[in-house]
Design a protein around this ligand. Structure first.
Ligand SMILES: Cc1ncc(C[n+]2csc(CCOP(=O)(O)OP(=O)(O)O)c2C)c(N)n1
Ligand code: SF4
Ligand SMILES: [Mg+2]
Length: 249
């Protein structure tokens, strides 16, 4: 390998903005995977990202795309409207677990049930990151958050919600996969899934949903390294990775 091959070239779909994310946060990794995928499928100038309310609210600062900010949880509804008016554009709904599964549960289910030709990227970090670490629908049993200071108690608040499994009960979605971002091998798999979900939309196939297991070291109270280990040991056994549906197969 010569030196030129070792030089990292930033994706055309990314701006030069320096990150504001905390050390070890995987939002930036997911942004990069979306950007690289858009480059590779030739949609750099033809994509619109719907930003969530949550730590990724500033995604449009990092992706050199047109973008719209949706009210908390409403991204799939906004994506639906934009896609129906601009069917030639690639529309990406990027959402956290509080956004997608708490306040936005209704919008999530109905967009999936209608089979909108959009791509939903769901970043599940098991907590409300932006607002200081409250319990999310995906917070693990026993996990301490600012609103579950002794740990999530399923007898009080139920078990964590598995998004892929719920969406997989609906007829219309064409592609549903859960991936993770805790190490390079899994980041490569996440890239494949995100690219496929975007390509499905480009080819007019319909609704694709990719859940990415992600970290929030700051609100988990862990170092970046420990947060990757916690994701692997605690989240993956409850949120199994893999393809839930691929209508091509
Ligand atoms: C209508 C409304 N309710 C509540 C809030 C406060 N709020 C901002 S971000 C957020 C949760 C974010 O958590 P998540 O979607 O998991 O994103 P993360 O920051 O973890 O990536 C909440 C409740 C809001 N902005 N608007
Ligand atoms: S608070 Fe959590 S989700 Fe937000 S930027 Fe920091 S590590 Fe990432
Ligand atoms: Mg979250």
């Amino acid at each position: 390998m010569n030196n030129e091959e070792l030089i990292y070239t930033k994706s055309k779909s990314m701006t030069q903005r320096e990150t504001h994310y905390c050390p070890g946060c995987t939002h930036g990794v997911v942004h990069k995977l979306i950007a690289e995928s858009l480059d590779e499928i030739g949609m750099v100038d033809n994509a619109i990202v719907i930003a969530p309310v949550g730590c990724a609210v500033l995604i449009y600062d990092y992706l050199a795309l047109d973008g719209v900010e949706a009210a908390h949880g409403r991204a799939p509804a906004v994506a639906t409207g934009i896609k129906r008016v601009h069917p030639d554009k690639l529309v990406i709904s990027y959402q956290g677990d509080g956004d997608l599964l708490a306040i936005g549960m209704g919008e999530t289910i109905h967009a999936a049930n209608r089979g909108e030709n959009i791509t939903v990227i769901f970043v599940n970090n098991a907590i409300y990151g932006m607002t200081g670490g409250q319990m999310a629908p995906t917070t693990m049993p026993g996990q301490k958050t600012t609103t579950t200071q002794s740990g999530r108690e399923p007898d009080d608040v139920g078990m964590p919600i598995r998004a892929c499994e719920i969406i997989n009960t609906l007829d219309r979605p064409v592609y549903i996969e859960r991936v993770s971002c805790h190490n390079p091998a899994n980041i490569n798999k996440a890239k494949k899934a995100i690219k496929k979900a975007l390509l499905n939309q480009k080819e007019g196939k319909g609704y694709s949903f990719v859940e990415v297991l992600a970290t929030c070291p700051t609100n988990w109270g862990l170092t970046p390294k420990k947060s990757y280990e916690w994701l692997e040991s605690t989240m993956i056994p409850y949120y199994p990775l893999g393809v839930f549906r691929d209508k091509e197969e």
